[in-house]
Structure formats: structure tokens, C-alpha cells
Design a binder for this molecule. Structure first.
Ligand code: ZN
Length: 148
């Protein structure tokens, strides 16, 4: 049984402002790193490889760290301007591509339901169908860039 894990190395990050409930250290090595309960903080939660990491910071340290990062990575205008670039396809190829996309949406939904029901035999079939869709995409402008 092989289940294609589509969220293998997915990293998600959430940031929120809150009040500190206990004493904690600011992760930024600032001068006054110890924060007491009742301090306004920025809490950053990172989900990576099935693990959860949490960081507490002064709001000022958070902003300073962010600006320092941007300074190290200067602004580079995207070639061709902002926004998604359309593939240059003739209308017929575009129509075929759309159909494959619709099929992929359907297969993902079916697979999600099969996993919920524990129908692993069906998951296997749907996975092999997904691989066939990849091949079909090659004929009409390549596999979408956001496909893993
Ligand atoms: Zn700090």
C-alpha cells in the first residue's frame, strides 16, 4: 500500500499578537530578553515535517528581525512584471488542459473520501489515475508548477 503524501515537506507559519501568560525569553537575543506575564508579544508557530515549533518575541524584535531579513534579501523586480503568467496555448489545447484539471479536482475529492472511509484499494486506483493525469499534462503544456 502506497499513499502519496502530498504534504511531505510542507512548512506552514502562523504569526499572532497576544499577551504573555508566564515568564519567557525573547528568541531574539535582545538586551532585555526576559519577558514577564502581561507583556505584549508576537507568537510565531511553525508546522514543519509533522512537528510544531513556537517562538515568542517582543513585537519590536519581530519587526527588527523582519527588516534585517529584507535588508539581506534586497528587492528584485520579478521579470515580466507582477501576476501569474498565462501559458501560451491555442484554444483547443487550453480546453483539453482545463478538462484534465477538472479530472484532477474530482480525483482528489474521491481520494479524500476513500481515505476517510479506509478504502485503500480505491486509494491505490486513484493514485495511479493521478499519475496518468501527470502524463496527460505533459501533452498539453506540462505539469502545473504547483503540483508536487
Ligand atoms: Zn526581544
Amino acid at each position: 500500500m502506497t499513499i502519496q503524501n502530498t504534504s511531505a515537506s510542507q512548512t506552514r507559519m502562523f504569526t499572532r499578537f497576544s499577551w504573555l501568560q508566564r515568564r519567557a525569553q525573547c528568541v531574539t537575543k535582545c538586551n532585555d530578553a526576559t519577558m514577564e506575564a502581561g507583556t505584549a508579544i508576537v507568537r510565531t508557530t511553525v508546522f514543519k515535517d509533522g512537528k510544531r515549533y513556537s517562538f515568542l518575541q517582543h513585537p519590536e524584535c519581530y519587526v527588527r528581525q523582519g527588516l534585517a531579513y529584507l535588508e539581506q534579501h534586497p528587492f528584485v523586480p520579478h521579470p515580466g512584471g507582477p501576476g501569474r503568467k498565462k501559458l501560451k496555448l491555442d484554444p483547443e489545447t487550453r480546453r483539453l488542459r482545463r478538462n484534465i484539471h477538472a479530472k484532477a479536482v474530482y480525483l482528489r475529492k474521491e481520494r479524500r473520501e476513500a481515505i476517510n472511509k479506509g478504502w485503500w484499494w480505491k486509494v491505490e486506483i486513484l493514485n495511479s489515475d493521478m499519475i496518468k493525469l501527470r502524463e496527460a499534462f505533459e501533452q498539453v503544456g506540462g505539469v502545473p508548477s504547483n503540483w508536487r
